[in-house]
Design a protein around this ligand. Structure first.
Ligand SMILES: *Cc1c(COP(=O)(O)O)cnc(C)c1O
Length: 233
C-alpha cells in the first residue's frame, strides 16, 4: 500500500518535471512521517526512500535513534527556541527559520556543538495569521542579519501554502517564493546560497514542482491521513 502510494507520488513528480522542462534530479521528495510509526517509515525506507521530514524535533530525534543511519532527517515544523538544543548534527536541514531570534539560538547551539546547521528561511507569502514565517517584505533583512551568524548556513527558502480546493490557486504563491529566491541570490550575501526551494505538500506538490520546487514535502499522499485528535495541522 505505502509502496504504491510512494510510486504514484514519484511518478507525478516525474510528470510535473516533464511538463515544466525540468530534470527529475532537481526535485527531492521528502516523505513527511510526523505522527506515523517507525514500522510505516521502515516500509517506505525499504522502497528506497531516504529523505524523511518531521515537524517536532523530539519526535524526529527518537525516530532517528530507532531507524537506519542512512536516513536524511529534515525538520520542517516550527521550532521553538527552547527546543533548539535537541538539534543534532544528524539533522540534514532545518526548513523553518523565521526570526533572527531563532537563527541566533541555532547559531549559539551550533557553535557550542562545533557543527554547522543548514537552514532554510520560512516565508509566509500568503500572510496567513495562523502560519509561521517571515513576511516577504522582511525577508531580505532577516537573511542579511542571519548570514552574519556563525554555525548556520542559509541554503534557500521554504513556504507553507494555504489549504485550497484547487491547487492552481497556490501557483502565484510558489511563483512568488521562487522570485524572492532569485532576488536574494542576486544580492550575493556572504555564506548564503539559494539552491533550495521547499514548497508543495500533498495537495499541491505538482504545481510546486512546475514552479521550481527543489524539495516537496509530502505526507498524506504517502502515509495516509494522520490521526491527531487535537485539531493541529
Ligand atoms: C505535515 C506537513 C507537511 C505534509 O503535509 P501533507 O498535506 O500531509 O502532505 C508538509 N510540510 C509541513 C511543514 C508539514 O507540517
Amino acid at each position: 500500500m505505502l509502496k504504491s502510494n510512494l510510486e504514484t507520488v514519484k511518478e507525478n513528480i516525474r510528470k510535473a518535471c516533464e511538463r515544466a522542462g525540468r530534470r527529475e534530479e532537481e526535485v527531492q521528495l521528502i516523505a513527511v512521517s510526523k505522527t506515523k510509526p517507525v514500522s510505516d517509515i521502515m516500509e517506505v525506507y525499504s522502497c528506497g526512500q531516504r529523505l524523511f521530514g518531521e515537524n517536532k524535533v523530539q519526535e524526529m530525534c527518537s525516530k532517528m535513534d530507532e531507524l537506519p543511519a542512512d536516513i536524511s532527517w529534515h525538520l520542517i515544523g516550527h521550532l521553538q527556541t527552547n527546543k533548539v538544543k535537541y538539534i543534532t548534527c544528524r539533522t540534514t536541514l532545518v526548513h523553518s527559520v523565521d526570526s533572527l531570534h531563532l537563527a541566533e539560538a541555532i547559531s549559539r547551539e551550533a557553535v557550542k556543538k562545533g557543527v554547522s546547521v543548514p537552514v532554510l528561511i520560512e516565508v509566509n507569502i500568503a500572510e496567513e495569521e495562523s502560519k509561521f514565517g517571515v513576511k516577504a517584505q522582511d525577508l531580505e533583512k532577516l537573511v542579511e542579519q542571519a548570514s552574519l551568524l556563525p554555525g548556520i548556513k542559509i541554503q534557500g527558502l521554504m513556504t507553507i501554502a494555504p489549504y485550497v480546493e484547487d491547487p492552481e490557486e497556490n501557483r502565484p504563491i510558489f511563483r512568488k517564493l521562487k522570485q524572492l529566491s532569485v532576488d536574494i541570490d542576486r544580492k550575493k550575501f556572504h555564506n548564503v546560497t539559494m539552491n533550495a526551494l521547499s514548497m508543495g505538500m500533498t495537495n499541491d506538490y505538482e504545481v510546486a514542482v512546475e514552479e521550481g520546487a527543489t524539495f516537496v514535502r509530502v505526507g498524506t499522499a504517502i502515509f495516509g491521513a494522520r490521526n491527531y485528535g487535537t485539531g493541529e495541522i
